[in-house]
Design a protein around this ligand. Structure first.
Ligand code: ADP
Ligand code: MG
Length: 743
């Protein structure tokens, strides 16, 4: 019996899926596997777990598990369902990679797909669960795809054991043939229930012309027009990245101020720093910092080291339109402008669900998180730039770049659909119908687009040796599989095949590989952890690996400013940050560890100061990232302790800087993990072409690569370096660089 408040009950009754409760539950009772399709906002995520709970499917020992590809959704949906059901977070809980609130009483558990994959490693039959719901299957995230493949085998196994497990796959689109018509996956076609969306008509308006670059400016103009001329109703704008979102928000707030003030940011005075960690401040040259605009990508998949990433977008016009410099401010028409993207702090994300202040119109400026995972109430107008920012990988070299590309037709239609949830709406597409016709119909599954070494290691740890025979909904390319196996063999995680080609793609896991697979980080970093027992280096390696995994510890200070005041503030912060960077980089031989030493120093200093928002703000650190580093350090420390039971490690907030000997050893460890990421400075005699000036040569790439301007080694140019990754913007840039000695 669920004790919902009358208002909640009323709100639920409006959701299309409520009318289908009986159909849904009958299908689930009678079939082991059911697919539910329904428009975003029809109530799948929030209601299906409640149906199951009320039908008696949950108990503390046999929970309902729901996986989400995005962390934002896992956290926010568990909170929503707990509230709707009037149950405590002890019962309706969530688990994402860095945190969770699961208890022994938990009966409904939201988690990211990566978390469930890890659980399968510990308990292949998932005996804690009676139902698994794979949500947002249409997103085709890599871990979701793998889970569906694994569950297609686990469900029959559980049936044989007499402990049946129900599998429910939920999707926002009707395109589910990759699941239903794949007989290797499901020999009997599972039933598909379609929830008729109570969707109001949305009128789609195409632009006559497609703006070449300045889609941000075009968004701005469109929102202004809507706000000035059209009846009440929320506006939802789709842009591609965090920096764009912020810059449009600022511009709109300026044009239609709500309240008298529009500067909430309290400029921080550089206060006295109690820096015990590295206390000497070197003299610095104030003109000596680089200005590189950096924009964040908007991925927030869990579990994967390569996510939540940021990339430089040197060539991306952020479009703070010069054409309308003298935008008139009109305070008679207040607009309540809110940003929404995955790296935004959760309490700020929650704001979009609340009603806007009386007398204002809501305008949410979002990345594609608002496309299907979160439904914002009261949206009547959608402004769609038609683009998305995605990380692209070269499957062989692993070089990644953020690119802004056209979305698929399916995505465009999803975005448009956001306008018709509560009444008829309008969608303004800032591109022509001809351009739309050229869009791909659907976006490709993630697994076909990125390196898969972490996935392959996880699968091998599940004793799936012949990865190629796995029932993938869509298999990765054999090139990508081969590259992954090769890297894992080089790292010692897989046993080398006895004869070359025959055994390719079916190497068994080694003992080292098993240890590596227990660490929730990329195989390269897992190798570093596995090597760090000597010289008491583990706490340092754990910290460095955590920092490299969380990524983007540092606030983006090179963003374009909208006001002079802001520009001055950013400049102050940049100066301050570049001082701190030098402090954290240490002295003498320590400096050779380069950017990794900076990460170590930053985390050390931040923890020493109690990891407060104030410390982060003052020193150019992202508070949310630092909290994640803290949690990951905790997790890795536990994981290491359980592998080597005599290590007795703990996370020391007053960690001392490493000694010189330790730094030397750390550099060797880093080299062991990143052995295929070595680059050599181009010799003078090779400088035939100017493009090789200050360049490095790597084993895999023909083209010159460069140390990123944000690196502490940018001016040092050591002869040999290892890098965390290469990111392509205007050039190929190495990030996370350390110097190595040729041996
Ligand atoms: P689906 O999974 O089918 O896309 P959801 O179950 O996510 O649909 O959403 C159903 C409804 O619940 C939507 O109208 C949405 O606005 C509302 N909702 C979801 N989360 C919240 C929240 N945190 N606060 C208020 N309303 C919410
Ligand atoms: Mg949903």
């Amino acid at each position: 019996p669920v004790d919902r408040s009358p208002e909640m009950q009323e709100a639920r009754l409006k959701l299309p899926i409520l009318a289908e409760e009986q159909v849904v539950m009958e299908a689930i009772n009678e079939n082991p596997i059911v697919i539910i399709c329904g428009e975003t906002g029809s109530g799948k995520t929030t209601q299906v777990p409640q149906f199951l709970y009320e039908a008696g499917y949950a108990s503390p020992g046999g929970a309902i598990g729901i996986t989400e590809p995005r962390r934002v959704a896992a956290v926010s949906m568990s909170q929503r369902v707990a509230k709707e059901m009037n149950l405590s977070h002890r019962v309706v809980s969530y688990q994402i990679r860095y945190e969770g609130n699961v208890t022994d009483e938990t009966q409904i558990k939201f988690m990211t797909d990566g978390v469930l994959l890890k659980e399968i490693q510990k308990d292949f039959l998932l005996s804690k669960y009676r139902v698994i719901i794979i949500d947002e299957a249409h997103e085709r995230s890599m871990y979701t795809d793998i889970l569906i493949g694994l569950l297609s085998r686990i469900v029959p196994l559980r049936h044989k054991k007499g402990l049946p497990l129900k599998l429910i796959i939920m999707s926002a689109t009707l395109r589910v043939e990759d699941f239903t018509d794949n007989t290797r996956l499901f020999s009997a076609k599972p039933p598909v229930i379609q929830v008729d969306a109570r969707q109001f008509p949305v009128t789609v308006h195409f632009n006559k012309k497609t703006p070449l670059d300045d889609y941000s400016g075009e968004c701005f103009r469109k929102v202004c027009k809507i706000h000035r001329m059209l009846p009440a109703g929320g506006i939802l704008v789709f842009l591609t990245g965090q920096a764009e979102v912020h810059s449009l928000c600022r511009r709109l707030r300026k044009a239609f101020p709500y309240q008298k003030n529009n500067t909430a940011g309290n400029a921080t005075e550089t206060s006295d720093l109690k820096l015990q960690f590295y206390h000497t401040l070197p003299k610095i040259d104030l003109n000596n910092y680089s200005v590189v605009p950096v924009d964040e990508g908007d991925e927030d998949r869990d579990f994967d080291s390569d996510d939540d990433a940021a990339g430089s977008d040197l060539d991306l016009d952020l479009g703070d339109g010069d054409s309308e410099e003298d935008e008139k401010s009109d305070s008679s028409l207040p607009l309540y402008v809110l940003p929404l993207y995955s790296l935004l702090a959760p309490e700020k994300q929650e704001k979009v669900f609340r009603a806007p202040p009386p007398g204002t119109r809501l305008c949410v400026v979002a990345t594609n998180v608002a496309e299907t995972s979160l439904t914002i109430p009261g949206i009547k107008y959608v402004v769609d730039c038609g683009k998305v920012k995605q990380r692209f990988y070269d499957r062989i070299t692993g070089v990644s770049s953020f690119r802004v590309t056209w979305i698929s037709q399916a995505s465009a239609n999803q975005r448009a659909g956001r306008a018709g949830r509560t009444e008829p709406g309008h969608c303004y597409r800032l591109y022509s119908s001809a351009v739309f016709m050229d869009f791909e119909k659907f976006s490709a599954p993630e697994i076909t687009k990125r390196p898969v070494e972490d996935l392959i290691l996880q699968m091998k740890a599940l004793n799936i040796e012949k990865v190629i025979n796995f029932p993938f909904p869509t298999p990765p390319s054999t090139d990508a599989l081969a590259a992954a196996e090769e890297l894992l063999i080089a790292l010692g995680a897989l046993k080398e095949p006895p004869q070359q080609l025959a055994a390719k793609l079916s190497c068994p896991i080694s003992a080292l590989g098993r240890v590596m697979a227990t660490f929730p980080v990329a195989p390269r970093y897992a190798k570093m952890l596995a090597l760090s027992r000597q010289h008491n280096c583990l706490p340092y390696t754990i910290t460095i690996v955590s920092a490299m995994t969380v990524r983007e510890l540092f606030e983006e200070l090179d963003r374009p400013a909208v006001s002079e005041e802001e520009a001055a503030q950013l400049k102050r912060k940049r100066v301050r940050f570049s001082q701190m960077q030098k402090v954290w980089a240490g002295q003498g031989p320590m400096q050779k560890l380069g950017d990794l030493m900076v990460m170590l120093g930053a985390v050390g200093a931040c923890e020493y100061a109690g990891c407060t928002p104030k410390f982060c703000e003052e020193n150019g650190l992202r508070y949310k990232a630092m909290l994640e580093v803290r949690r990951l350090r905790g997790q890795l420390t536990t994981a290491v302790n359980s592998v080597c039971t005599d290590a007795g490690l703990y996370v020391d907030p007053k960690m001392k800087p490493p000694t010189e000997a330790q730094v030397t050893f750390l550099r060797q460890i880093v080299l062991a993990g990143l052995g295929d990421h070595v680059a050599r400075r181009v010799q003078a005699e090779e400088l035939l072409d100017d493009k090789w000036k200050n360049a490095y040569k790597t084993a895999l790439l023909e083209d010159p690569v460069f140390i990123h301007p944000s690196s502490v080694l940018f001016r040092e140019l050591p002869e040999f370096v290892v890098y965390q990754e290469i990111v392509e913007t205007t050039k190929l840039y190495m990030k996370g660089v350390s110097a190595v000695e040729p041996e």
